[in-house]
Design a protein around this ligand. Structure first.
Ligand SMILES: Nc1nc2c(c(=O)[nH]1)N[C@H]1C(S)=C(S)[C@@H](COP(=O)(O)OP(=O)(O)OC[C@H]3O[C@@H](n4cnc5c(=O)[nH]c(N)nc54)[C@H](O)[C@@H]3O)O[C@H]1N2
Ligand SMILES: Nc1nc2c(c(=O)[nH]1)N[C@H]1C(S)=C(S)[C@@H](COP(=O)(O)OP(=O)(O)OC[C@H]3O[C@@H](n4cnc5c(=O)[nH]c(N)nc54)[C@H](O)[C@@H]3O)O[C@H]1N2
Ligand code: SF4
Ligand SMILES: [Mo]
Length: 733
């Protein structure tokens, strides 16, 4: 028996785990008390790491389709088939004939951070989709417009703030998102213990809302109106205090004009909040010595997602809290390049191209996931004929899964990099399964950039690759070679090319620590046993902390790089070199928000919102007995008044009807729901044939996204509306 350290890849909190290894298997997981960031915190998902890792339904080797059925194959057979099928398709129908779809776990793997950008470049397709357009794309667009960089996302300084205003987030169940903070619940309690307060805005009385000092049960979809009224109040009551930010901000007076009609009184009906409560919220925010406004999924996947996300940071700016300790700061990850010199940047462009069928503008190079089905179905030049999915299950995670399910069935060719045969990957012609996390190294390229403390931790693989296994980095590298006409070249060629390209730029960059040096000489200094390790080493060396892979290896519990620090104006890449507080695309979307002032949901409909459960993660953890026991979780939560009015009985089935279809789910009556709102979680609906999810199939649940037809989205970001959409509910007979 031995112990090994491993960063948990199961949510954004990135806790350090101590794993027990026995007879070549992981048998137990505990929180690593010496981890410099998570200090021993663990949740039930992390504790179930051994079961997640050892799930017998995980695929053990590649599958290829032959005569309509998937069969086991060798890695060579699998990549030979990809090379033989993809190039001819591209040559005949053009680059856009292949679509790339990236799912959530790519941000939780080394492979997912290092290779998809290269794969996208190799494919050269505009048909690029990801989980971002069912999640946080509004934040990227907002940051792109405000700061010129879609990845410049400020996070609340949880450890030091005096006041937190949190919208559409439930970190007691999700453990936080775009705010990497192991033990988020503990940090909220510590905030209160030091005399601070926090407010939760959520139509449900969540566990987080119950802990909060104030809970505002807003009407779903109304966050942007509420936030606009807070901005209005700051101006009206002379509470705007830019402080040191003043010299970096443009557009304050235009903004003031734009929010003129969004008074607390005018938004009160649409938000269903008392105008005095809105004013009090604004005053509290302004009065706090330091404060941060933070919004997540429930304020992102809504009709006015980009405007809401923009207003969150507008409030951080107007209260002088952006970029100051205790406010909302820009983290600086260990592999982020050294800051550039202040001054005008390239800016952020939206809508550089549009989707073929519906003309949806691109955002950050992506098209809306909700538009994928029509791009496969609709004949004509540029039609999607082949799909590559990596760690994605859009049949359950995107609107109208039945339509996408049917569309995937018509493809000429499909490849999935995924450990499971699930609702999406069952359509693939080739499935390339990565090894379980215990056999993969880990580094949080993405989440370090959203962490509440700057730090760096590296976990080498805790177990050697099992027989017939291929590291996920090698899978990605071989896939890139297979689709780019370099099939058969060594996978190291991909890493070598990535290093050469990066260093060529770095030596020419005056801000880089390797400026002016010979790239060959820098390359020779890189250490690491594998291509991805050398790339990590390179990125650490190009970062600001002078770190190397050796330094990380010598500190198995991590290296603390200190609290977040002010980074303005270095992070700004807008054309003006300043914070553009009222950007043109936002201005153009304001009339839509004005129209919402008078919009109140139809009396005979309910509004549906989602929710998350601590023991689950999107669609892919319903196959783990340790995480799925107990009562049914895929229930429709209903307020007692609505249940009485509609004749719904707890424990009995309800019929839910939406624009995209109908479902039946068990009713759960709870005071925690806002009247007029019902909640059904996502990621369920594991009842399709041809999957290999034996545990999940026993209690399949229903796919909430079938209630949507895919037509509702936030126009600026292409993000699907998954919260606050209309449904009809009745007893099922
Ligand atoms: N246990 C667990 N953890 C997870 C995940 C999981 O599935 N399970 N998923 C991970 C992923 S991919 C993500 S993105 C994060 C998400 O993390 P969070 O953003 O914290 O997501 P949720 O827990 O879904 O909380 C969203 C809240 O928004 C509320 N809401 C719905 N509509 C509205 C609205 O219009 N306005 C407001 N103000 N609130 C609204 C919902 O009631 C819900 O409580 O969690 C991650 N962590
Ligand atoms: N109605 C509604 N819909 C939602 C949401 C909601 O709140 N409400 N939330 C949305 C959000 S925030 C998100 S992020 C999306 C998620 O949408 P997706 O990313 O499409 O869904 P996941 O369930 O996270 O699927 C992850 C896939 O990755 C695979 N996987 C797991 N580990 C690995 C690995 O190490 N390597 C590889 N290659 N694959 C792996 C799993 O088997 C699974 O197939 O769902 C969105 N959909
Ligand atoms: S909070 Fe997230 S990272 Fe931490 S143990 Fe749980 S699932 Fe893993
Ligand atoms: Mo997500």
């Amino acid at each position: 028996m031995s112990k090994a350290l491993r960063i948990c890849p199961l949510c954004e909190a990135t806790c350090g785990l101590t794993l027990t290894i026995d007879a070549g298997r992981v048998t137990a997981a505990r929180g690593d008390r010496d981890d410099i960031f998570s200090r021993g915190f663990i949740c039930p998902k992390g504790a179930a790491f051994p079961e997640v890792d050892g799930d017998p339904d995980r695929l053990t080797g590649p599958l290829v389709r032959e005569n309509g059925a998937l069969r086991e194959a060798t890695w060579d057979e699998a990549f030979d088939l990809i090379a033989a099928r993809v190039r001819p398709l591209v040559e005949e129908h053009g680059k856009n004939a292949v679509a790339l779809i990236l799912g959530n776990p790519n941000v939780h793997t080394v492979a997912g951070a290092l290779y998809p950008p290269l794969l996208l470049r190799a494919l050269g397709t505009r048909n690029y989709y990801s989980a971002s357009t069912v999640d946080q794309m509004p934040k990227h667009v907002s940051s792109g417009l405000l700061f010129g960089d879609p990845f410049a996302i400020p996070v609340p300084d949880l450890d030091r703030t005096d006041h937190l205003l949190m919208l559409g987030a439930n970190p007691l169940d999700s453990n936080g998102s775009l705010c990497t903070a192991p033990d988020f619940p503990g940090k909220l309690k510590a905030l209160q213990a030091r005399g601070g307060t926090f407010t939760v805005v959520d139509p449900r009385r969540t566990r987080t809302a119950r802990l909060a000092d104030r809970h505002l049960a807003i009407r779903p979809g109304a966050d942007a109106l509420f936030l606009a009224a807070l901005v209005h109040t700051l101006f009206a009551e002379d509470l705007v205090r830019l402080g040191d930010l003043a010299e970096h901000v443009d557009g304050v007076s235009e903004l003031r004009e734009a929010v003129k009609e969004f008074t607390p009184d005018t938004v009160a009906v649409a938000c269903d909040l008392d105008a005095d409560v809105i004013r009090a919220t604004a005053r509290e925010l302004a009065a706090a010595p330091t404060a941060a406004v933070y919004g997540r999924v429930g304020s992102s996947t809504v009709e006015y997602g980009t405007l809401g996300n923009w207003l969150v940071d507008v409030l951080n700016v107007l209260t002088g809290n952006l970029d100051r300790p205790g406010g909302a700061l820009f983290p600086h990850g260990a592999t982020a390049p050294a800051p550039r010199k202040a001054g005008p940047g390239k800016g952020f462009a939206l809508g550089r191209w549009a989707s073929r069928v519906s003309g949806h503008p691109e955002a950050k190079g992506e098209l809306p996931l909700t538009a994928l089905a029509e791009e496969i179905e609709t004949p004509g030049e540029g039609r999607v004929r082949a799909v590559v999915t990596i760690a994605a299950n859009p049949v359950l995670s995107a609107p109208d899964g039945r339509r996408l399910d049917a569309a995937l069935d018509t493809l000429d060719f499909m490849v999935s990099v995924d450990p499971y045969l699930n609702e999406t990957t069952r359509h693939a012609d080739v499935v390339l399964p990565p090894p379980p996390p215990s056999q993969s190294p880990h580094f949080d390229f993405v989440f370090n950039q959203f962490a509440v403390r700057n730090q760096a931790r590296y976990s080498p693989a805790v177990l050697p690759l099992g027989p017939g296994r291929m590291d996920e980095c090698e899978i990605h590298a071989r896939l890139i070679l297979a689709v780019s006409g370099m099939h058969g070249a060594p996978p190291s060629a991909v890493d070598d090319l990535a290093v050469a390209t990066t260093l060529a730029k770095a030596v020419a960059d005056e801000q880089s620590p390797v400026h002016g040096r010979d790239p060959k000489e820098v390359t020779a200094e890189l250490i690491g046993d594998t291509g991805p390790e050398r790339r990590l080493d390179m990125m650490l060396r190009l970062g600001s902390y002078g770190l190397t892979l050796d330094a990380l290896r010598a500190a198995p519990h991590g290296i603390d790089l200190g609290p977040l620090e002010p980074r303005l104006p270095g992070v700004l890449k807008t054309r003006s070199g300043r914070i553009e507080l009222f950007p043109a695309p936002v201005e153009a979307d304001m009339p839509r928000l004005r129209a919402a002032l008078d919009a109140v949901p139809a009396a005979d409909t309910l509004q549906l919102v989602g929710r998350r459960h601590l023991r689950s993660n999107n669609s892919w953890m319903h196959n783990i007995p340790a995480l799925t026991g107990g009562s049914n979780r895929c229930t429709l939560q209903v307020h007692p008044d609505d249940a009485a009015r509609l004749g719904l009985v707890g424990g009995a089935a309800a019929r839910i009807k939406g624009e995209g279809g109908e479902l039946e789910a068990e009713v759960e009556i709870t005071e925690g729901m806002r009247p007029g709102v019902v909640s059904l979680p996502h990621g369920w609906g594991h009842d399709r044939p041809g999957t290999r999810l034996s545990v999940a199939a026993e209690r399949p649940g229903v796919n909430v996204n079938q209630l949507l037809d895919g037509s509702r989205l936030d126009p600026l970001s292409g993000t699907a509306v998954l919260n606050g959409f209309p449904v009809h509910v009745s007893p099922a007979h």
